[in-house]
Design a protein around this ligand. Structure first.
Ligand code: FAD
Length: 401
């Protein structure tokens, strides 16, 4: 029995490790186009970018782990095509046969079009080690950086840059930062946090043009203002890496479509992580997070071993900015009101409800609120919003619901 996993990232590494832990005795090949063994990406916009973490600490496991566990880890090798009829993959170096194929190809960051200066030197995205190593020398005190996009990655990069003494402007086209993913209360919290560190956040304004001869040296915004710059970081979202699957005729639907067990439209091909969309509470979603990549990939490994298990997503996420840790439990899609719990100036949580049903919690420096919220959501329980808002309510009491 031969399992091939395409994409040596968080989900790919989790899948092959789980297979061996479950006692899978067949051949396993893990193919990745990057030169590094599978590594964690979250520190790329946090501690690693700050220069507080060595590259080896990013690795999920030492490179020797794979060989020691009979996993053929092939780095610097790109899969060029899949032939589902012949059950073969063609890589930049080889042609290989599989019984089960797992797609954990992750996602690709959106780039700015060349016509508005996206191809100038000094314009960076934050997806992989190569990106961050390339931008690291730009982070010198006093330099001027423009961050395009006020999602979590843009805000984390802004926090690192401000902490290192750079002059930071962040431009967000939507009315407010985090608009796609969070309530106005959470946006307000992080806007104030960044303002207190001197970051200039400009909302409701787009980037019109990056300017410069060969290298970026300025920007024109849609309100007509002009900035003088040293470099630019682009954090305007990602697209699931579906190219291989599409050419192979596998069904796509906002990512590679899987059933509840992680199988694609081809029964010998599975998908997990950022690239996969799966059924969730009567709809179909795709999650871009480490916990999802791990849990979904492990579920696929179990199902390759015949478990017949549905993936039950328990979404959670985090973001670190300055000395604030934001923890998010649940998915806020469809919320119609938000209840704030103010513990103190920096410790707050925002609880998302749809009617009387609790959907999600954003907890900023409020680990207890996060823990209680997560347990309640996973248990399908919804506390009285008035009790949440009352700072006198002991969080422990809510657990007795
Ligand atoms: P990846 O880890 O991206 O792995 C996919 C791999 O497949 C890549 O190495 C890619 O090169 C390879 N590949 C693709 N196509 C081919 C091919 N044809 N041939 C060979 N190899 C191929 N999540 C959180 O939960 N919390 C956070 O705080 C957080 N912060 C983040 C910060 C940054 C800067 C980034 C970039 C992501 C962050 N994430 C965070 C998201 C999280 O890292 C991803 O959701 C997770 O890595 C997804 O795992 P994956 O295995 O699906 O994809």
């Amino acid at each position: 029995m031969q399992v091939i996993v395409i994409g040596a990232g968080q989900a790919g590494s989790s899948c092959v490790t789980k297979l061996r832990n479950l006692g899978f005795e067949g051949d396993i090949t893990l193919i990745g186009e990057e030169p590094a063994p599978p590594y964690q990406r979250p520190p790329l916009s946090k501690k690693y970018l700050l220069g507080e973490m060595d590259v080896e600490r990013l690795y999920l496991r030492p490179e020797s782990f794979y060989g020691e566990n009979g996993i053929d880890l092939r780095l610097n090798e790109r899969v060029e095509a899949i032939d589902p009829a012949a059950k073969q993959v063609v890589t930049s170096a080889d042609a290989l046969s599989y019984d089960h194929l797992v797609l954990t190809t992750g996602s690709t960051p959106h780039r700015l079009p060349g016509a508005i200066g996206g191809a100038l030197d000094g314009v960076y995205t934050v997806r992989d080690l190569k990106d961050v190593d390339a931008m690291a020398p730009e982070f010198a005190e006093g330099r001027r950086v423009l961050i395009v996009g006020g999602g979590y990655i843009g805000l984390e990069a802004a926090a690192v840059a401000a902490s290192r003494g750079l002059q930071v402007t962040l431009v967000e086209m939507a009315d407010r930062i985090l608009q796609r993913v969070a309530a106005p209360e959470t946006s307000d919290y992080f806007r104030a946090l960044h303002a207190s560190h001197g970051v200039n956040i400009v909302e409701g304004v787009g980037l019109e043009q990056l300017t410069g001869e060969g290298r970026v040296s300025g920007a024109v915004l849609s309100d007509g203002s002009e900035l003088v710059l040293d470099f630019v970081i682009v954090g305007v979202g990602i697209a699931p890496a579906t190219g291989l699957a599409e050419v192979a005729g596998i069904t796509l639907d906002n990512g590679i479509q899987t059933d509840a067990q992680g199988r694609t439209s081809d029964p010998a091909i599975w998908a997990a992580g950022d690239c996969a969309s799966f059924p969730y509470r009567g709809t179909r979603i795709r999650l871009e997070s480490v916990p999802n990549a791990i849990d979904q990939a492990e579920c696929v490994a179990e199902n390759i071993m015949g478990a017949g298990k549905d993936y039950v997503a328990k979404p959670w996420f985090w973001s670190d900015q300055y000395d604030v840790k934001l923890q998010i439990a649940g998915l806020n899609v469809g919320y119609d009101r938000v209840v704030s719990r103010i513990n103190d100036d920096v410790s707050r949580s925002f609880w998302y409800y749809q009617g009387e049903t609790l959907l999600a919690v954003d907890a900023a420096n409020a680990p207890r609120d996060y823990m209680v919220g997560k347990r309640l959501i996973e248990g399908g329980k919804s506390p009285d919003p008035a009790a949440i808002a009352d700072p006198e309510t002991d969080m422990k009491d809510l657990m007795r619901l």
